[in-house]
Design a protein around this ligand. Structure first.
Ligand SMILES: *Cc1c(COP(=O)(O)O)cnc(C)c1O
Length: 407
């Protein structure tokens, strides 16, 4: 890729006629993928270390996922939630096998999953005989989605402020149990928490934090809603990110990797609140249709297959030590499993573009974070290749996090 084409990344595509202006895409179109590799229109090959924002859990054109989708497409795509849907039952059973037994509501995205959780939190707060629990707590740098309910518990002012007024929420420093304890009260309906904050900068909370959130929610009769949209489905080396601390939230929300690229979201409600969403209180036309369920079942079967989570943990450890070695001890590298952030001291865009020039797709998160989230099927050789490409990209932008020792 020429330097000229690199410098045109930011400007050319954003004026694409016919599309809204809310994205500013890089001027590169991926038209094909296989395994952990993507190909652009010119046939150039890239190692995918972003998985379309932690979505393509099984990589691209995975034979089992492709076959399941094709098989279901040739059988029945959709019938609606007016009829019993065996795929949804199977999928909820598989999610229970993964460690969260409960009642599942299926939808089409992460924000919808959180919207459903939010509505159940409202119902929880209005149970007869429990007073009026209406306060919603969340954490600074949280991201829960773009619809108004999910946005109201999303911290980023750039996302929130243009759409004020939003339903009220209170934000507490992520990881600060003392602050949370001081803010809790009998009028709190729910606490929204990500096991690791993805969009907010791949922020890993102190060990014990989730357990303490769990205890405080129990003490104050508030729902603990774990947003696992990014951390779920094996991403952190556990089926669900909260399992790192062996806590049981009241609600977990899923999307991103769940369908491996086919849109599907889910809100899972544990025994405390699983019966609150009764007839007519919520719904989705597409939610959990046979196609989406077939895809998600295939993804879960792979992620829950023997040794797969151990594979993610091993590849994660390899990636972590490679990143730490590459960036040097002055740079913070944080994450778990196959979700990693590197704290840059500049905006990530030049490095992301340099990576593309080296045939590597990486992403960013808030606060100058480089985000690396490859397909979960990545192997040891490709992790080495990822690190080698990243090393070469760093040589193109030497002003990014210069280490004291040469790279
Ligand atoms: C991406 C994300 C969402 C929103 O998901 P969409 O499918 O884009 O609506 C919500 N929560 C977390 C933690 C996410 O990473």
């Amino acid at each position: 890729m020429t330097d000229e084409s690199l410098s045109s990344f930011a400007s050319s595509a954003s004026s694409t006629l016919g599309l809204t202006l809310n994205y500013q895409p890089l001027d590169i179109a991926f038209v094909r993928g296989i395994g952990c590799h993507l190909f652009d229109e010119l046939g150039r090959r890239y190692l995918d270390a972003f998985a379309g924002v932690a979505v393509s859990a099984l990589g691209h054109a995975h034979p089992k996922l492709t076959a399941a989708i094709a098989q279901q497409a040739g059988t029945l795509l959709h019938a609606s939630n007016h009829y019993r849907n065996p795929g949804q039952l199977q999928l909820s059973q598989r999610l229970a096998d993964a460690g969260f037994p409960g009642r599942a509501f299926f939808c089409n995205s992460g924000t919808e999953a959180n919207e459903a959780a939010y509505k159940v939190a409202r119902l929880w707060g209005r149970r007869p005989g429990h007073g009026s629990k209406h306060r919603m707590l969340a954490f600074a740098n949280s991201f829960h989605g773009r619809t108004l309910g999910a946005l109201s518990v999303t911290a980023n002012p750039a996302y929130r402020d243009p759409f004020a007024p939003l339903p009220a929420a209170e934000f507490i420093q992520y990881g600060n149990v003392q602050k949370l304890a001081a803010t809790m009260g009998p009028d709190v309906a729910a606490v929204f928490v990500e096991p690791i904050q993805g969009e907010g900068g791949v922020n890993v909370p102190p060990v014990g934090f989730l357990a303490q959130v769990r205890a405080l929610c129990r003490q104050h009769d508030a729902l603990m809603i774990c947003d696992e949209v990014q951390t779920g489905i094996g991403r952190t080396g556990y089926a669900f990110g909260h399992q790192f601390e062996s806590v049981t939230p009241d609600v977990i929300t899923l999307a991103k990797g769940l369908g491996g690229g086919v849109p599907i979201g889910a809100a899972l409600f544990g025994s405390s609140c699983g019966e609150l969403l009764t007839r007519g209180l919520h719904g989705s036309t597409f939610g959990g249709n046979p196609l989406a369920c077939a895809a998600a079942l295939t993804v879960l079967n792979e992620v829950l297959s023997p040794d797969f989570l151990a594979h993610i943990q091993a590849r994660g450890a390899q990636l972590q030590s490679g990143l730490e070695h590459l960036f040097g001890p002055q740079t913070v590298v944080r994450g778990r499993g196959l979700l990693w952030g590197v704290q840059l001291d500049t905006e990530p865009r030049p490095l992301i573009e340099a990576c593309l020039a080296e045939g590597l797709v990486v992403g960013s998160a808030a606060h100058q974070t480089l985000r690396i989230a490859p397909p979960l099927i990545i192997n040891a050789e490709l992790i080495d290749d990822l690190l080698a490409r990243l090393r070469r990209a760093l040589l193109r932008v030497p002003q990014t996090n210069p280490p004291k020792i040469p790279r």
